[in-house]
Write a new protein. Structure first.
Length: 184
């Protein structure tokens, strides 16, 4: 922090010149330290070791928001290191009826509740993002699955309340787990 010397009311201008110059030098030195961290041209902050704040918003909340109550990542997020989850996980879900399963590369939910009374059967498992995982749950009766793009399967049937969890890898869906499902 810059140390600023006070000019007394009884000081003359010529007598205060050294004090004024020392004060401006101290302020200029501190400003140099601040601009080393905050570039006034790009508004980039660099060299900060710790940031303490009650909330942080990235790209006006379109990318991320961090608060003491909830953190929201609103854009794709890559985690290159180990991800340790100490609490629970919740998954989103969507009801599938007459509209059918998502189009190619349009799987945006992790759980698909397929209503056999209104869905077009068999359901089609279109191409997804590499490594994407989904769970299909059959409601209101059994659901059949077009097994064309499911590795190692010729036919798949999910009984009412049954589940089928799949992961998309290398152009095919792979069965990860199932309950009350018949895979042949």
């Amino acid at each position: 922090m810059a140390i600023i010397s006070l000019i007394q009311g009884t000081d003359s201008l010529s007598a205060s010149r050294i004090t004024l110059n020392d004060n401006f030098t101290a302020i200029n030195d501190e400003l140099g330290l601040v601009t080393a961290l905050l570039d006034p041209n790009t508004a980039d902050i660099t060299g900060i070791n710790t940031v303490e704040t009650t909330s942080l918003t990235v790209a006006a909340g379109a990318s991320a928001t961090f608060t003491s109550l909830l953190n929201t990542l609103a854009s794709e997020t890559d985690v290159d290191g180990m991800l340790n989850i100490k609490g629970g996980i919740t998954y989103d879900s969507v009801a599938i009826g007459a509209g059918g399963m998502p189009d190619v590369l349009a799987f945006s939910d992790s759980t698909y509740m397929v209503d056999s009374a209104t869905a077009t059967l068999p359901i089609t498992l279109n191409q997804a993002e590499e490594g994407q995982e989904i769970t299909v749950i059959a409601v209101n009766g059994a659901v059949t699955v077009d097994a064309t793009d499911v590795a190692g399967a010729a036919s798949i049937s999910i009984a009412e309340f049954g589940t089928l969890t799949l992961r998309y890898v290398g152009g095919s869906w792979y069965v990860i787990g199932s309950f009350l499902s018949t895979i042949a």
